[in-house]
Design a protein around this ligand. Structure first.
Ligand SMILES: Nc1nc2c(ncn2[C@@H]2O[C@H](COP(=O)(O)OP(=O)(O)O)[C@@H](O)[C@H]2O)c(=O)[nH]1
Ligand SMILES: [Mg+2]
Length: 192
């Protein structure tokens, strides 16, 4: 699949603001600072499309990007940002939950996990929801340039075991080393 165009559409604070065109969607989820915005920019080849930052927890809204004028990439709010006020954290959770429950046009949920960390309780909750709902998904390990080859092999195995999946289903992604892009685009294309 080639990305020919990518256009920011809306930052939705509530379901009433979700697009109503009916076009299919690919959503991206993960804990805050996992590298979601960087990965989205890398996928579409546009540096500043999804804002990236060193300050975690900035993306508190659901961002919709129209791709190739035919489907959306949906940037879900990063979860688990400890410093955010509790009320805000709960409202993000509700917004994500409403999106996941009600979005019939969702074709693929991409779950991002930092290759250096163990699964967080919220990663686990998200994963359990995916499994229970039978939702089409793709697991991605981010920032793989931060580990050596052998460390990555170990972490891949450990995270796969924690998730209960074979290690090879995890796509290793690095925006620095330009790794994983073609593989993830192929997985996305297969679901569209
Ligand atoms: N080394 C490395 N750093 C990354 C990679 N992807 C993202 N980062 C860094 O991780 C931090 C958080 O990235 P961001 O995309 O804003 O994460 P988000 O909160 O999940 O959207 C930033 O400092 C990025 O530069 C990667 O593949 N390799
Ligand atoms: Mg972000």
């Amino acid at each position: 699949m080639r990305i020919q165009s990518a256009e920011f559409i809306i930052s939705a604070a509530s379901p009433a603001q979700f697009p109503t065109t009916g076009l299919v969607e690919v959503a991206f989820a993960g804990r805050s600072n996992v590298g979601k915005s960087s990965l989205l920019n890398d996928l579409v080849g546009k540096r500043g499309l999804a804002r990236t930052s060193n300050t975690p927890g900035r993306t508190q809204l659901i961002n919709f990007f129209l791709i190739n004028e035919s489907f959306y990439f949906v940037d879900l709010p990063g979860y688990g940002y400890a410093k955010a006020p509790k009320e805000l954290r709960q409202s993000w959770g509700r917004l994500i939950e409403t999106y996941l429950r009600s979005r019939g046009q969702l074709r693929l949920l991409v779950l991002l996990i930092d290759c250096r960390h163990a699964l967080s309780p919220l990663d686990r909750a998200m994963w359990e929801w995916i499994v229970a709902a039978g939702a089409p998904h793709q697991l991605v390990l981010t920032k793989t340039d931060k580990l050596s080859r052998s460390e990555l092999v170990q972490q891949r195995r450990a995270l796969a075991a924690a998730l209960g999946v074979p290690p090879e289903v995890l796509i290793a992604y690095s925006t620095l080393k330009k790794e994983g892009r073609a593989e993830l685009l192929a997985a996305i294309a297969a679901r569209l």
